[in-house]
Write a protein that binds this ligand. Structure first.
Ligand code: ACM
Length: 496
């Protein structure tokens, strides 16, 4: 590692890397050979070809590898003999003759493809043919993640974002080897997913957003499209239906869900904590049952997030009972419940996961009871916090989060007394009260998001802000090539 590694500017920092000082030339003779040529491995080959061909300006074919694989090519090999690499690890060997990417599982090949992209010049990320000499340094990398859960959350409720916006965010997460996208689908200001049994949730509850704009919602086909797109990038989508608070849009859509039987008008402000489902009511349990059943059917992954945060208008005993009821409904659908740390007040099943965001105590008590925890401490990792007092977007209730504050912490020493074995990983939430466009999302996520990706993936032993800062500086040119709107933080010496 050391200087040769930082010169390569890979984010997240690989586990181990040895550079040998020569190069492989990606010429118009290069193709991608896959072995075995299953649909899945072939698709990963096509994905890589699709990232390289347009800017390189020549066609890269994806072919089945012969017994004696030809030189002068890129080889993607699923080698089931090396389980030590885990689901997402890979070995990348580059010699002057060939590029060989090996993994135990397809996800590892996909993660390794991101390393290949980052080893090429930034202009490889442009969408049209570029002049360039496409060389890769000769090296060996053996790499796998520290934490299983390396996520981002996007709030599509306060402002609605299109399917294409979400796919773009997925692609940016994939570039940094992140593997979870948590979609905050419902809140006071909007309900963003069609529930067939309760169509007015989306039709009415999705018809506006913060500030009074038109809002929107995903059809079930849209949602399935997002989940499949994410899956093709080896990213799991976790749907969140926030309950029993943050439910004004649902209450405005169905009078029968309110305690007094009167549906309030829609809400387009930014207060929190004022709404609650009528938790004792049979209608409420029928609603929860239908919503969880339909969401579970749309969800390939094992988790459903049920929110549970800031239920300030729900009486405490009723809150606990409600969370336990919802947990039973989620488990009956064959899924596990995730909730914000407040759910630790309830009796949790062993498979339920607690997401820490503000106060370490509930997460610690959940960990002590054997539940796993996702670390999202607001003052370190909330992407909607401003960088400093001049940031035009975002909020500051958890403080300003500059690039160093975002990078320079360790999830395992965040909550006193919480063992690392309880930590599933980290997740960077992006709440959208002040964000209206994908360009706004990019501005808050970049340049902080790659730091979270590195905290989640890379060994703590290699962590060094000064070295990271130099690697990060080289990514500005990559974001320019991808047309990512990023914050040119003054603390980073951006390379052109
Ligand atoms: C939260 O920020 N209300 C989880």
């Amino acid at each position: 590692m050391g200087s040769s590694l930082s010169a390569l500017n890979i984010i997240p920092n690989p586990m181990s890397l040895t550079v040998s000082g020569d190069m492989f030339v990606l010429s118009d003779l290069v193709d991608i050979y896959v072995r075995p040529a299953t649909d899945e491995v072939t698709n990963i080959g096509r994905y890589l070809a699709g990232r390289l061909s347009p800017s390189a300006g020549f066609e890269i074919s994806v072919l089945e590898a012969a017994d004696i694989p030809p030189d002068e090519n890129i080889h993607l090999i699923l080698a089931e003999a090396d389980p030590g690499l885990g689901e997402e690890g890979y070995i990348l060997t580059i010699t002057p003759q060939r590029v060989t990417l090996m993994a135990y599982r397809p996800a590892g090949l996909f993660r390794g493809c991101q390393t290949i992209r980052q080893l090429l010049p930034p202009s490889i990320e442009r969408a049209t043919a570029q002049p360039g000499s496409w060389t890769l340094p000769t090296l060996t990398i053996r790499d796998y993640p520290r934490f299983e859960w390396r996520g981002a959350m996007l709030d599509v409720a306060r402002h609605f974002f299109s399917v294409d916006d979400v796919k773009r965010y997925i692609d940016l997460l994939a570039y940094y080897k992140m593997n979870r996208l948590h979609l905050h689908l419902t809140d006071d200001q909007g309900w963003r997913i069609m529930i067939d049994a309760w169509p007015n949730l989306a039709a009415h509850g999705g018809s506006t957003q913060v500030g009074g704009g038109p809002g929107g919602y995903y059809t079930q086909a849209d949602y399935a499209d997002i989940a499949a797109y994410a899956q093709s990038r080896y990213i799991m989508v976790i749907p969140e239906i926030d309950m029993p608070g943050h439910t004004h849009a649902a209450l405005a859509s169905y009078a029968s869900l309110t305690c007094d039987g009167a549906a309030p008008p829609l809400y387009t402000g930014t207060e929190v904590g004022f709404s609650s489902l009528c938790v004792g009511k049979n209608e409420t349990l029928a609603f929860v049952g239908d919503v969880v059943r339909e969401i579970a059917a749309l969800t390939p992954g094992p988790y459903i997030h049920i929110g549970g945060d800031e239920a300030l208008s729900t009486e405490e005993a009723e809150y606990r009972q409600f969370i336990e009821q919802v947990q039973a409904v989620v488990e009956a659908q064959g899924k596990h419940m995730i909730g914000w740390e407040e759910i630790a007040k309830a009796d949790l099943q062993p498979g339920s996961v607690v997401q820490h965001w503000r106060n370490g105590e509930p997460a610690k008590s959940a960990a002590q009871q054997g539940n796993r925890v996702i670390m999202s401490p607001a003052f370190r990792i909330y992407l909607d916090m401003k960088y400093d007092e001049t940031t035009p977007l975002g909020l500051s209730w958890a403080g300003y989060i500059d690039v160093k504050t975002a990078y320079d912490w360790d999830p395992a020493s965040q909550v006193e007394g919480m063992p690392e074995s309880s930590i599933l990983g980290i997740e960077a939430p992006l709440w959208s009260e002040t964000l209206e466009t994908i360009s706004d999302i990019e501005y808050m996520a970049f340049p902080r998001l790659p730091g979270y990706a590195e905290i989640g993936w890379s060994p703590l032993s290699g962590k060094d802000w000064e070295a990271y800062k130099r690697r990060l500086a080289a990514h500005g040119a990559r974001w320019d090539a991808m047309h990512v709107n990023f914050h040119r933080a003054a603390s980073i010496a951006w390379e052109e």
